[in-house]
Write a protein that binds this ligand. Structure first.
Ligand code: GDP
Ligand code: IMO
Ligand code: MG
Length: 425
């Protein structure tokens, strides 16, 4: 029996998952998303064109790869339809290569409105949600009143839809949210009809059959481990399990079928939305990082908060996920810095120094303790495994030693081709 390899973000999302899934996809028969929804924005770049995917797995541009939207995903038919239509000019065989779990949960227009209402009510304590309806949809799933993709095939779908929308209207009555329901409903029903033409399947059977027949599967994570509902900086998290275990529940594959776990991280840190960020740079250096890394959200366009790499957090993510290989992204963004800082420990308010992520992250004042390394200060556009600037090699060696997991890939630009494999690790 073959294995399911998992690729996931170790930080607060936007590590470059889309690029790497696309790069690795030719090695896999199947790419499967297992959680999250259109809050994700996964960017791929090749042949001079940049694509951003929200709902569709990042293997879609590879002709021979089958792509699965798993049961753990929340699916917005309206966003899905728009995304498919955007892809139509590329002559891909999307209908044949895309499979959607009947057990994936549907995002209704009212879920998006509720997201807005809840965020507004939180005031200064808002999560900084992408407002795609993620939290309210998972709430309904766990509350056992959600609608699933398979329900759209039922004669009673409209009735079920109305029943859930009515529950939402009652809540919305207490909030000042403006909307044109007729428009939203028509748009939703059109998108639901559109969705019916795709392969709606029981994806747990599909994937386990593929495994039995020897197919290789890559599970594509969304968000990052530090946004996980259980292990992230709660409540400033998303509403799903973004960690390796989420691939088992979000796809219906047993833990013993998990193979490699690719942990992907930026050579520095970013976060979008609210919540603790110990190494955040609120100065000119942070500004430089944002500019150099083009750190603006792929889904919302919001500026991303930037800071140095944070090893206590990365070690935590590696532990929770069982990472077997590390992939370091956006090394080129650090080209401009004379000195690169690495946070190796935290100092807590009472003076304690720790390498662990404390329970009280949100209200605790954390001072990062840094080690400084000399920067490489040169372009990485021509580098190979054997011709890296000594300072970059030094940075990689330092991180590997601290993290205890090999770094097998370095990304030096957004394009597919700007990827350096490290065979000799
Ligand atoms: P994802 O959500 O993890 O797929 O990441 P995003 O697509 O939201 O954000 C990553 C951004 O960095 C995208 O704009 C990518 O095109 C870009 N990117 C990916 N790898 C690299 C890299 O090595 N260097 C640079 N400069 N940009 C990169
Ligand atoms: P990808 O897959 C970065 C953040 C939001 C907010 C919090 C909760 O592209 O890495 P939600 O909409 O889930 O209720 O928002 O999580 N967030 C992300 N940040 N990348 C993402 O996805 C994100 N998805 C959600 O900014 O802080
Ligand atoms: Mg993203």
């Amino acid at each position: 029996m073959s294995k399911v390899d998992v690729l996931l973000g170790l930080q607060w999302g936007d590590e470059g998952k889309g690029k790497i899934v696309d790069v690795l996809a030719p090695k896999y028969d199947v790419v499967a998303r297992f959680q999250g929804g259109p809050n994700a924005g996964h960017t791929l770049e090749f042949d001079g064109i940049k694509h951003v995917l929200h709902q569709i797995p990042s293997g879609i541009f590879r002709e021979k790869t089958r792509n699965v939207i798993g049961n753990g995903v929340v699916l917005d038919p309206v966003i899905f339809k728009a995304e498919i239509e955007k892809l139509s000019k590329y002559n891909l065989n999307v209908k044949a290569n895309l499979y959607i779990s009947k057990k994936a949960t549907l995002i209704l227009p009212t879920h998006r409105l509720l997201d807005q209402a809840y965020e507004k009510a939180k005031g200064v304590d808002k999560i900084g949600s992408t407002l795609k309806g993620i939290g309210p949809t998972y709430q309904d799933k766990i509350g056992r009143q959600g609608l699933r993709v398979g329900d759209i095939l039922s004669d009673r779908f409209k009735e079920k839809f109305q029943k859930l929308a009515d529950i939402h209207f009652k809540i919305l009555k207490d909030h000042d949210i403006q909307f044109n329901w007729d428009e939203l409903e028509v748009q939703f029903m059109e998108a639901v009809n559109f969705l019916k033409q795709f392969n709606l399947i029981e994806s747990e059977y599909f994937l386990n059959k593929e495994l039995k027949e020897g197919s290789t599967i890559l599970a594509e994570g969304a968000q990052g481990a530090l946004l996980d509902i259980d292990f992230g900086s709660y409540p400033f998290v998303t509403s799903s399990n973004t960690v390796t275990a989420g691939a088992c529940t979000g796809l219906g594959v047993a833990p013993r079928h998990i193979g490699e776990v690719y942990g992907i991280f930026k050579a520095y840190s970013t976060r979008v939305g609210s919540g603790p960020f110990p190494t955040e740079l609120l100065d000119e250096q942070g500004e430089l990082m944002r500019k150099e890394g083009n750190e603006f959200g792929s889904t919302t366009g919001r500026p991303r908060r930037c800071g140095w790499i944070d090893l206590p957090s990365l070690k935590y993510s590696i532990m929770i996920n069982g990472v077997t290989q590390l992939l370091m992204m956006k090394a080129d963004v650090l080209n401009i810095f004379q000195t690169i800082k690495i946070c190796t420990k935290y100092e807590l308010a009472d003076g304690t120094v720790t390498e662990m992520v404390p329970y009280e992250l949100v209200n605790e004042k954390i001072t990062p303790i840094y080690v400084e390394l000399k920067g490489w200060n040169t372009s990485l556009s021509e580098i190979s495994e054997d011709s890296m600037p000594a300072e970059l090699r030094n940075y990689i060696d330092f991180l590997e030693k601290q993290l205890g997991v090999p770094i097998t890939l370095i990304s030096t630009g957004p394009d597919r081709t700007q990827t350096v494999y490290r065979q000799n690790t």
